[in-house]
Design a protein. Structure first.
Length: 508
């Protein structure tokens, strides 16, 4: 029987269904091949458009409007391949293009093609990371990459370990759990009633996941003490030690301190060496949340900002942020080999048999409190190999140069005012003050500024030309928080953003 041509298959997509693929129909290879090629064409078109600066970052619609634009219902009968392809086109049209060079809204962004190729391969191989048995090559890749990252942190590989996690929040939860087990191993079996009243410490500008983890673990958010920060957003070590002493006097047991290397809002780096010394003095676990700033360890010129990270007991590091991996790609490291297993091991005998025909030390599942664990390593490994250490150094240094360029430029433009004069990372926080407010008394100006950033952001989203985040901070009115982390972004893109804000605010 003559094989159908691609054109014949395409013309018949209205009468073909997923049951016609080779996975359920042994004779369905051609249908499978043609469909996937068509699907790939849709994605390629999206990627091309995403990197076209004349295209919009988003087509904004309010939720009720969007529900009218796209059919989301689950049908009783199967949909044809033609309709499924149309669904994909409809969805992509309404997505925010986070890989667009003018997307500055989050501390992730960009689209690394090699990483995306790795993600395609990950989805195709569809395995879990709990045992070498079902993920042999991926287990070895993870071991290699974890080792590289541990060496960049500055630890001895023979004494340390790490694991990839579903996000930085989960990595921070691992840190608190390992810390508690380290001090009170009986808590694993006997619960919180078997330990003193624990408390932990984190800075005002740390990620909220530390507080959330305190709630999850039964420590309580009231026993997660928030330490004040200086005007640059960095934890004040003296205030930390004062609070530790106060907690001890009040009968609490300080067991965990979180320092941040690259805070979410200001991009601040807590003074790691000073905090490490305080933790050592008081016998407290020292964790560094480097989810955002960890990538600077790849730059010899900027890794000094994380001096003291090598003294940490544990570290969180998200390659999906500064390193530019696709979501999700997060990791947790601990400077005490074997602690992950002791803390999390449940010895499920249907997975973690000890008499397997290979070295079971390569089975990582019992080191995690998950069971199934996604393969987030292949895409990172391929991307890292494609760049090399040299490529990452160039990429990260260039981003830092762009941040400096933007900061210096807006300081010279009337109406722009800095929240922090000299940002130390890729977060630039600023106000734009419309002409109508510039000569007002400071207090009145600040009060009226509260509504300016949200108004500009709203107009920006309607135009769809660019995206940048905003937020308030205590008594400081709403300000813009620009994040520069897309390797595709240029000085011209930053110039565009500067002028776009000016244009939008003209009548305010």
């Amino acid at each position: 029987m003559k094989e159908k041509s691609e054109e014949e298959v395409k013309k018949n997509f209205d009468n073909l269904y997923s049951t016609d693929f080779i996975t359920t129909n042994p004779n369905g290879w051609k249908e499978t091949e043609v469909f996937l090629k068509e699907f790939a064409e849709i994605l390629l078109s999206y990627i091309k458009q995403e990197n076209d600066r004349t295209s919009k970052v988003l087509e904004f619609h309010h939720p009720e409007e969007m529900l009218k634009l796209i059919d989301l219902h689950i049908p009783e009968k199967p949909m044809s391949l033609e309709k499924i392809l149309q669904c994909c086109k409809d969805v992509l049209k309404l997505c925010v293009k986070t890989g667009h060079p003018r997307f500055f809204n989050q501390n992730f962004g960009g689209l690394d093609i090699m990483c995306m190729a790795g993600e395609w391969a990950t989805a195709t191989t569809n395995t879990s990371m709990y045992t070498y048995e079902i993920a042999p090559v991926f287990s070895l890749i993870e071991k290699e990459v974890v080792g590289k990252m541990i060496s960049l942190i500055g630890w001895n590989l023979e004494e340390s370990e790490g694991i990839f996690t579903p996000g930085g929040t989960m990595a921070n939860l691992y840190a608190l759990n390992c810390s508690r087990y380290n001090f009170f191993p009986n808590c694993k079996e006997n619960g919180m009633s078997s330990v003193p009243k624990l408390c932990c410490f984190t800075s005002k500008y740390s990620h909220y996941s530390i507080k959330a983890s305190s709630a999850i673990m039964g420590i309580g958010t009231n026993n997660c003490f928030i330490i004040p920060a200086d005007k640059y957003g960095r934890m004040i070590p003296e205030a930390l030690e004062e609070k530790i002493i106060e907690c001890k006097e009040n009968g609490l047991y300080p067991f965990f301190v979180n320092a941040t290397a690259g805070t979410t809002v200001y991009g601040a780096f807590d003074p790691l060496n000073e905090i490490a010394n305080i933790c050592k003095k008081h016998n407290i676990w020292f964790h560094v949340d480097a989810a955002w700033g960890g990538g600077l360890l790849l730059s010899p010129e900027f890794r000094w900002k994380l001096q003291g990270i090598e003294k940490a007991n544990s570290v969180t590091w998200n390659p999906h942020k500064l390193m530019g991996s696709l979501l999700q790609c997060s990791s947790f490291f601990v400077r005490q080999k074997g602690l992950l297993l002791k803390t999390n091991q449940m010895s499920a005998n249907y997975l973690y048999q000890q008499d397997k025909p290979y070295d079971v030390n390569y089975d990582t599942g019992d080191r995690s409190f998950q069971c199934g664990r996604r393969n987030d390593i292949l895409k990172l490994w391929l991307m890292w190999r494609s760049k090399g250490m040299e490529g990452y150094r160039i990429q990260i240094n260039r981003l830092m140069d762009l941040a400096k360029y933007f900061t210096e430029k807006i300081k010279k433009i009337e109406g722009y005012e800095m929240v922090i004069d000299n940002p130390e990372f890729l977060n630039i926080c600023f106000w734009y003050v419309p002409k109508s407010l510039r000569n007002l008394p400071k207090e009145e100006k600040m009060e009226k500024l509260r509504i300016i950033a949200p108004k500009i952001k709203g107009k920006m989203m309607e135009r769809g030309t660019t995206m940048v985040g905003y937020q308030p901070d205590d008594d400081i009115p709403n300000f813009f928080r620009l994040i520069i982390n897309n390797p595709a972004t240029t000085k011209e893109d930053l110039d565009f953003l500067i002028q776009e804000i000016v244009d939008i605010a003209t009548d305010m």
